[in-house]
Each structure stands twice: as structure tokens, then as C-alpha cells.
Design a protein around this ligand. Structure first.
Ligand SMILES: NC(=O)c1ccc[n+]([C@@H]2O[C@H](COP(=O)([O-])OP(=O)(O)OC[C@H]3O[C@@H](n4cnc5c(N)ncnc54)[C@H](O)[C@@H]3O)[C@@H](O)[C@H]2O)c1
Length: 304
């Protein structure tokens, strides 16, 4: 059994400097951890540091942190494009690279050779099997899902996923660590979509199926779910925010993994992804997004 404790976790490495990676780096650095942010693209690292700085400025403006805390947070962050060198002293690695199984298997194989033996290897995957990722390493008992929600600095939940071989002691450390980050951890077992996406994605898919069948328009569907169910945003807007490509890939994992036709992705979702309409990140999904504007405009494809 591992002798690692919560207090022995000091150095963190985060792989991937995209929308999730920069948020994960932000919360660890703000909680006093030294964090190395790793990406294959130097430009992604520069952009991520700029985003973290902007988000910290917003916290200072709101009065939730002071300027000294902002500077201390930034001083805890370093960046690297060299994975092997950057994880050599890590006690915990959190992988938040692109959602692609082959990519993640390769990263975990590399991590297994480059990270110290005691190091815990966590993944922020939305849907890929933790057990499968763990099997790419020689330390499956130290591999775990640490599923942060977007935007990471704001959302309280961390869905912690125990793989088939994950050691309960390791799981307990990640629970305690999540609390230290001022988050609320919930531990679940490793089955397709875990809990968050197994429940969320069928709702989003049903909203898209209803739209495609002409039951109601984009605004009506979102308004009904916002005002009727007290959801902070409607399912179609949420799909745009998550990324329609990400929604499609999670639905495919649910469909393949659980073998139930109820998870089959809507043909409209498939079409939109094929057409490059990915939501906020591509500028258009169910809504059209204009830089600097917060007004929601239904995409012309869906005007009644
Ligand atoms: N977007 C969400 O709402 C959300 C929520 C929870 C979990 N996730 C999961 O988090 C992970 C990251 O998602 P994202 O939305 O931040 O993606 P993203 O596309 O914004 O960022 C991915 C980053 O990974 C980098 N990358 C790719 N290959 C790499 C490699 N070999 N080494 C280092 N970096 C590499 C890319 O350059 C990019 O900067 C995925 O597994 C996703 O499923 C996403």
C-alpha cells in the first residue's frame, strides 16, 4: 500500500493548458501548490497564463482576493513543453489534454516512465474509462479520475472516479485534496459517463431530438428548462458551452459502453459537428456568438 499522505503532496503537474487545464492550474496555485502547466503548444501556455491572470484580476475586482494573493498565485505557476522533465518531481499529475483515447493512453504510458514512483496520476477525462487508462501504466492502483467542472475556479464539484484497481487510500487522498481546494468531492465508480455525464448527456440529447422533431424551438426549449426546472442555463445553451463535439463523443461512449439505443446521438447533433458548428468555441452552435457580446442570438439555422 502507498505511504503517500495529503501533506506529502506538494508539487503538481497539469497536462493540457486548454479551458479545463488553465482552471485546474488556477485553483491549485491559489491553494498554495507549486504547479507546472504542460502543453505541446507554447502558444496554448501563453494564452492560459493570460486567462488565469484575467480571471484573478476579476477576483481582485470583486474583492474575493487581494492583489498579494493574486501575485502569490501567479508566482506558484510555471510552464513547460517538456513533459518528462516537468513531471520528474511531481507528487500528483492531473491530465487535462484533448479528449482522445489514443492520446491519453500515450500520455499515461509516458507519465508512468517519467513521474516518480509515488506520484498519483489523475485524469480529468469526461468519459474515457479510468480502468483502461490505468492499464496503460504499471501503477493502476495510483490512477484515478479527478473530474473538475467548467469553469473550474467557480464550480464546486469534483467527481472522483475510482478505476477498477484504484487503491482506496489514494482515493481518500484525492477526496481530502479536493476539499483543500475548497471543492466538494463525490466518489463514483468507473462505468461509462460516470454519473455527471451519464445523466446530463441524455437530457441534452433529448433536447436536440425534440428540436429536430419540431416539438419546439431553441429559445422555447431552453426557457422551459430554465424557468420550469430552475436550471441556470438551458440544455441547448449548455451544449454550446461544453462543445457539440465533446457532447457527441461522450454520447458515443455511453452508447457503445452501455449498449442501450436510448443513448444514440441525435442525427442533428452529428450533422452540426460534421458542419463544424461546435458551439461557443467555433462561434456558432444552437446560438451565434459574437466576441464581446453577451446577448444570445438563436442561430439562423433554427429560426422558426
Ligand atoms: N470542456 C469541458 O466543459 C470539460 C469539462 C470537464 C472535463 N473536460 C475534459 O477535460 C479535458 C480537456 O478538455 P478542454 O475542454 O480543456 O480541451 P481544450 O481543447 O480546451 O484543451 C486541450 C489542450 O490539450 C493540449 N494537448 C493536446 N495534446 C497534448 C499532449 N500530448 N500533451 C500536452 N498537451 C496536449 C492542447 O494543445 C490543448 O491546449 C478533456 O479530457 C475533456 O473531456 C472538459
Amino acid at each position: 500500500m502507498s505511504t503517500l499522505t495529503l501533506d506529502s503532496i506538494r508539487e503538481i503537474a497539469v497536462i493540457g493548458a486548454g479551458q479545463m487545464g488553465n482552471g485546474i492550474v488556477h485553483v491549485f496555485a491559489q491553494s498554495g501548490y507549486k504547479v507546472t502547466m504542460i502543453d505541446i503548444a507554447a502558444t496554448a501556455l501563453e494564452k492560459a497564463v493570460a486567462t488565469i491572470t484575467k480571471n484573478l484580476d476579476r477576483q481582485v475586482a470583486k474583492g474575493t482576493i487581494d492583489e498579494a494573493a493574486k501575485q502569490a498565485t501567479l508566482a506558484n505557476i510555471s510552464t513547460s513543453t517538456d513533459l518528462a522533465a516537468a513531471v520528474a518531481g511531481a507528487d500528483l499529475v492531473v491530465e487535462a489534454a484533448t479528449e482522445n483515447i489514443d492520446l491519453k493512453l500515450k500520455i499515461f504510458k509516458d507519465l508512468d516512465s517519467a513521474a516518480p514512483q509515488h506520484c498519483i496520476l489523475a485524469t480529468n477525462t469526461s468519459s474515457i474509462s479510468i480502468t483502461r487508462i490505468a492499464a496503460a501504466t504499471t501503477r493502476p492502483q495510483q490512477v484515478i479520475g479527478m473530474h473538475f467542472m467548467n469553469p473550474v475556479p467557480i464550480m464546486k464539484l469534483v467527481e472522483i472516479i475510482d478505476g477498477y484497481a484504484t487503491d482506496k487510500h489514494i482515493s481518500g487522498i484525492i477526496v481530502a485534496l479536493s476539499r483543500k481546494l475548497n471543492k466538494v468531492p463525490c466518489v463514483v465508480n468507473d462505468y461509462p459517463g460516470f454519473i455527471a455525464n451519464r445523466i446530463l448527456m441524455p437530457m441534452i440529447n433529448e433536447a436536440i431530438i425534440s428540436l429536430n422533431e419540431g416539438v419546439a424551438g431553441v429559445e422555447e426549449i431552453d426557457t422551459i428548462m430554465k424557468l420550469g426546472m430552475a436550471h441556470p442555463m438551458g440544455p441547448l445553451q449548455l451544449a454550446d458551452f461544453i462543445g457539440l463535439d465533446t457532447c457527441l463523443s461522450i454520447l458515443k461512449v455511453l452508447h457503445d459502453g452501455l449498449g442501450n439505443p436510448k443513448y444514440a446521438p441525435s442525427p442533428l447533433l452529428i450533422n452540426m459537428v460534421q458542419a463544424g458548428k461546435l458551439g461557443v468555441k467555433s462561434g456558432e452552435g444552437f446560438y451565434t456568438y459574437t466576441a464581446g457580446s453577451k446577448e444570445l442570438v438563436v442561430s439562423s439555422n433554427f429560426k422558426k
